[in-house]
Design a protein around this ligand. Structure first.
Ligand code: NAP
Length: 279
C-alpha cells in the first residue's frame, strides 16, 4: 500500500515546534518577528495565498505585515518598497507573491530582496549558493518537498528523479536540491520529447507543470514516488494520482501535500532569520 506523504500533518508538527521557537525569541528580546508579504495587484488566488501565509504566521506567534501595491505599479515602485523593507530592522523576512502583473520585471524585484531576508528563497544569489551546496534559505516549495522526503525516509541517492517543469521558483531549484542529494536528475519542460518514456523509468517524479493531471497514471512505473506540486480546482494536481495510487510506493495528496509544506518552510525560515539576527 502506498504511503501518503502527509504534508498537512507534518506542517502542523513543524508549526508546534516553531511556536516554541518564536516564543523563545519574544521572551529573550521582546521582539515579535515580522514577515512582510508584498502583494501587487488584485489577483484573487494570490490574495488567498497571502492570507494563508498571514494565518500561518499568527499560528506560530509571529507577525505578518501585508503590503498591498496597486495593479498598475511599476517595477520602480516595487523595487522601492522592497528597498524600504530591506532597511526595516523589524522585518526578518520578505515575500513577494508570484506572479506580479506583466509590466513588472519580477526577476529584478526578487533579486532586490536582501539575501538575509530572502525567506522564500527566490533570489538568483540564493539559487546559486544553494546549487553550490552552501547554507542559504531554500526556495520554499522545493525546500518543503525535501523536508517531506527526509521526514518519510525516502531514499534519493542514486535514484532516477524526473522533475517536470523548470520554473525559477520550483522546477529548477527542485532539480538542484535532488542533485545535491545524489539523485540522477532529468529536467523536463515544454520542448521535451518522449516525456512518457522518460517518466516511465523514474523512481521519483515531481509534477511542477501547472496543467491538471498532465502526468498520466499509466506512464508511472511500479514503486515510484509521486510528488505533486500542482493544484487545480476540485482537488486535482499535475499527476493523475488516482490512476497510479495502486502501483506507486508513496505520493503527496492534493490538497494536503506540498502546499502546507511550502508555507511551513517559509515561516520556519522567517523564524530562523530572526534567530540569526537576534539570538
Ligand atoms: P510555471 O512557471 O508556469 O512553469 C511550468 C513549467 O511547466 C515550465 O517550465 C514549462 O516548460 C513546463 N511545461 C508546460 N507545459 C509543458 C508540457 N506540455 N510538457 C512538459 N512541460 C511543460 O509554473 P510554476 O510556478 O513552476 O508552477 C507549477 C505548478 O506548481 C503550478 O500548478 C503551480 O500552481 C504549482 N505551485 C505550487 C506551489 C505550492 O506551494 N504548492 C508553489 C508554486 C507553484 P517551459 O519552461 O518550456 O515553458
Amino acid at each position: 500500500m502506498a504511503v501518503k506523504l502527509d504534508g498537512k500533518a507534518l506542517s502542523r508538527k513543524m508549526e508546534s515546534e516553531l511556536l516554541i521557537r518564536s516564543q523563545a525569541i519574544i521572551d529573550k528580546t521582546g521582539v515579535k518577528p515580522v514577515l512582510a508579504t508584498v502583494l501587487v495587484g488584485d489577483d484573487p488566488s494570490s490574495a488567498i495565498y497571502v492570507n494563508m501565509k498571514g494565518r500561518a504566521c499568527k499560528r506560530v506567534g509571529i507577525k505578518s505585515r501585508k503590503v498591498l501595491l496597486p495593479n498598475d505599479s511599476t517595477t520602480e515602485n516595487v523595487l522601492d518598497k522592497i528597498d524600504e523593507l530591506n532597511n526595516d530592522d523589524s522585518v526578518f523576512g520578505i515575500l513577494l507573491q508570484h506572479p506580479v502583473p506583466k509590466q513588472i520585471d519580477e526577476r529584478a524585484c526578487f533579486d532586490k530582496i536582501a539575501l538575509s531576508k530572502d525567506v522564500d528563497g527566490v533570489t538568483s544569489l540564493g539559487f546559486g549558493k544553494m546549487t553550490m551546496g552552501e547554507e542559504v534559505f531554500s526556495c520554499a516549495t522545493p525546500g518543503g518537498i525535501m523536508k517531506m522526503l527526509e521526514h518519510y525516509d525516502i531514499p534519493l541517492e542514486g535514484k532516477d528523479a524526473v522533475v517536470v517543469g523548470r520554473s525559477p521558483i520550483l522546477g529548477k531549484p527542485m532539480a538542484m536540491m535532488l542533485l545535491n542529494k545524489n539523485a540522477t536528475v532529468t529536467i523536463c519542460h515544454s520542448r521535451t520529447k518522449n516525456l512518457s518514456d522518460i517518466i516511465s523509468r523514474a523512481d521519483i517524479i515531481v509534477g511542477a507543470v501547472g496543467i491538471k493531471e498532465f502526468i498520466k497514471g499509466d506512464w508511472i512505473k511500479n514503486g515510484a514516488v509521486l510528488i505533486d506540486a500542482g493544484y487545480h480546482q476540485g482537488g486535482f494536481g499535475d499527476i493523475e494520482i488516482d490512476k497510479a495510487i495502486d502501483k506507486c510506493s508513496a505520493y503527496t495528496p492534493v490538497p494536503g501535500g506540498v502546499g502546507p509544506m511550502t508555507i511551513a518552510t517559509l515561516i520556519s525560515q522567517t523564524i530562523k532569520s530572526a534567530e540569526m539576527k537576534l539570538l
